[in-house]
Design a protein around this ligand. Structure first.
Ligand code: ASN
Length: 481
């Protein structure tokens, strides 16, 4: 068994490291990761651009200090992972400075002080922590609020439910599957000011200063530039202007909740984003499927080879890949491997999320395709191979000319099936923060809380695409048959 595992790591490692690009030692541009929905710190405005205190602040500091930035918004937990694995250079996401975090992050000077606070539905009767006994409180994974809840759980006897993003958390509160949420005070208060039917019955508890962070020991110059820039902006009044823009009671920045209450309004405001998400979903599915067919056929043919070693390699590949959930495979490639390489070489080795997603999906589908190919070949009666070999025709030629043409016909319907599965599986890959169609929808919901309509739109998008593609594939299949 040990040998098997070692052999499969040897096979997988070169494949996985293909997509890994070495980072430049001299940085001209910094990748900054942030939350996907944490208004007023970071959220999408009505034209789908990320805005908020954090976005304005990091842009102003970059301009003040003369460096370039690229911002990604995968969500808080994913942003933290991105910085720890070297996918991003820094994180700005209303992030609280805590002692535990100081072990793994270096923090800038503080630019805000936030409390964590309990949010409940307007109609809720919860008015103290004691009322939470037996109730369920939602919280975003990896946040300071989660630490607060965990530390006080035995005292108040509530259950904790963790979410990977704000959208699903607030949705669950709205639908009643959880009784309360714990989040930063400015965030809950901002939602209330934007018309969300929430209230905060208990005074907030301090969770620390809010600051920008880099991975401990890396990018010290970026931290220094941030601090210098922040000091300059505080001195020239720019910083206060940014705060006022989002926090003052007459603040004019609103998300476009009002015009997004109908399906038509949702589509009208977000069609560009949805189409771009759809483009990513289709590219992911198609590219990974082509690669998967290639790898799958090779391993499928290995699996029926007269050579035991080839059969063994194929068996290991299929067993390992089928035995690992796709989401873990994607997280391993996107966060795990760069983290491992960095710990070995000391060099940041970020891998693009699309590349990581494509590799994960390709490997996953390849394992199933290898099985389809094996089944197809096995379904061709052995007599045919024997007859051909007894006529003196080589194994390779018999495979190519006699067995494979018949097997292919048998495999076709399964290929179509596998493609549909691969297309649906793209949604799983959104876990690494890749903004494909599903993630696009979740980001939109995080802004307007229209989960019923938005998920209905997404379901219809997938249904239409999958129906069209299966029809097309059926036609092709008929022609080939
Ligand atoms: N305030 C949260 C934390 O530091 C950050 C967030 O949810 N974006 O954990």
């Amino acid at each position: 068994m040990k040998k098997k595992i070692l052999a499969c790591l040897l096979i997988l490692f070169p494949i996985l490291s293909l997509g890994v690009a070495k980072a430049d030692t001299e940085k001209t541009k910094y990748v900054i990761a942030s939350d996907s929905s944490f208004a007023p710190f970071v959220f999408q405005d009505s034209s789908n651009q990320y805005t908020g205190i954090d976005m304005d602040l990091i842009k102003a500091i970059a301009e003040d200090q003369g460096f370039e930035i690229e911002i990604t918004n995968p969500g808080f937990d994913a942003a933290i992972n991105a910085v720890q694995s070297g996918q991003a250079d820094g994180i700005i996401a209303g992030m609280s400075v805590t002692d535990a975090r100081k072990e793994t992050f270096d923090f800038s000077d503080s630019y805000y002080t936030a409390n964590t606070i309990l949010g409940v539905k307007e109609s809720s009767s919860i008015s103290s922590y004691e009322d939470l006994n037996g109730k369920t409180v939602g919280v975003k994974n990896g946040t300071a609020s989660q630490t607060f809840l965990t530390e006080n759980q035995s005292k108040y006897g509530y259950k904790i439910k963790t979410f990977s993003d704000a959208a699903s958390m607030y949705d669950s509160l709205n639908t009643g599957s959880i009784d309360a949420v714990m989040d930063d005070e400015p965030v809950i208060k901002y939602s209330i000011s934007q018309g969300q039917k929430l209230k905060a019955p208990i005074a907030g508890t301090p969770i620390g200063e809010t600051a920008f962070a880099v991975k401990k020991g890396s990018n010290p110059e970026l931290l220094e530039k941030f601090n210098k820039g922040l000091a300059n902006l505080k001195a020239n009044g720019e910083f206060q202007k940014i705060l006022d823009k989002y926090l003052a009671s007459n603040s004019t920045t609103t998300s476009s909740i009002a015009d997004e209450t109908t399906i038509w309004g949702l589509l009208k405001n977000n069609y560009k984003q949805l189409l771009s998400g759809l483009g990513i979903t289709l590219s992911l599915a198609l590219i990974s499927f082509v690669i998967a067919i290639f790898i799958g056929i090779i391993f499928g043919i290995f699996s029926v080879s007269p050579y035991k070693s080839l059969r063994l390699i194929s068996e290991i590949f299929v067993d390992v890949i089928r035995g690992i959930p796709l989401m873990i495979l994607a997280a391993f490639i996107f966060w795990g491997i760069p983290n491992f390489i960095e710990s070995l070489t000391g060099q940041q080795s970020p891998i693009n999320d699309f590349v990581a997603g494509t590799i994960a999906l390709s490997l996953n589908s390849a394992a199933y395709i290898a099985e389809i190919v094996r089944g197809g070949i096995k379904a061709v009666p052995v007599g045919q191979m024997e007859a051909s070999r007894s006529l003196g025709i080589s194994y390779g030629k018999t495979m190519r000319k006699i067995v494979l043409p018949q097997a292919t016909k048998l495999m076709l319907p399964n290929f179509v099936n596998q493609f549909v599965i691969a297309l649906k599986d793209t949604t799983i890959v959104s876990a690494i923060g890749l903004v494909e169609l599903f993630q696009t929808g979740k980001i939109i919901i995080a802004r307007n809380y229209q989960s019923f309509k938005m998920y209905a739109i997404l379901a219809i998008f997938y249904l239409v695409i999958i129906t069209l593609l299966t029809r097309l594939a059926k036609r092709l299949e008929k022609r080939i048959q």
